[in-house]
Design a protein around this ligand. Structure first.
Ligand code: URA
Ligand code: SF4
Length: 188
């Protein structure tokens, strides 16, 4: 574990701890406010993210931005990262060994950001952070407290592109997040 961003970012350069290093163009480390109160965790980079080296810049990211805009959430106030930092081939779900290999980077990011709330975007984020026994279908929209952090699981933005009803849920969940942030004076 590193106690500063520079050492952490340097430590990930050229990482080959898992097989995803073979197919990547860029490592997608994370973006946003390094002192954020609220952190968003996705699954892994897609083609656009791999090309740009930034999380959530493709179609799913644009949809998330739209929701942010509509609800008054400023992307620059929050921190956004993924379970795996390198793009899985054909955007498949990261395999267990890949997530395990990469998770220490994310843990270190969480330690440095010290968020009050973590939004888990989709099943991969939920299962890798809170445990395999968790279910996104059952738990989305429900805040859970664990070791001084509130976790809010919700749909992954890519799922919204396939199912209109999930858009409504996603919007509702982020609205609750916004409400909590206002009540607790969190940067949003
Ligand atoms: N999907 C993710 O989970 N993360 C990204 O950065 C982009 C798409
Ligand atoms: Fe390293 Fe993570 Fe990329 Fe795997 S996904 S090579 S562990 S940075």
């Amino acid at each position: 574990m590193f106690d500063n961003w520079e050492d952490l970012e340097n430590s990930i350069k050229g990482c080959n701890k898992c097989k995803l290093n073979n197919g990547r163009t860029n490592i997608v480390f994370g973006i946003g406010n390094k002192n954020a109160d609220i952190m968003f965790i996705g699954e892994g980079p897609g083609a656009d993210e791999d090309k740009e080296g930034k999380p959530f810049v493709g179609k799913a990211g644009k949809l998330m931005d739209k929701a942010f805009e509509g609800l008054g959430i400023n992307r620059e106030n929050v921190y956004i990262a993924n379970i795996v930092k390198c793009r899985p081939p054909q955007n498949r779900v990261p395999e267990k060994d890949e997530a395990v290999a990469c998770l220490n980077y994310l843990r270190n990011q969480v330690i440095l950001v010290k968020p009050k709330v973590i939004v888990l975007l989709g099943s991969t984020a939920l299962k890798n952070i809170l445990g395999e026994e968790h279910s996104i279908t059952k738990e989305r929209g429900i805040f859970t407290d664990k070791k001084d952090i509130k976790y809010l699981p919700t749909w992954h933005p890519a799922a919204l592109l396939r199912d209109e009803n999930k858009k409504i849920d996603f919007w509702k969940d982020l609205k609750e997040l916004k409400k909590l942030a206002e009540e607790q004076n969190l940067k949003i």
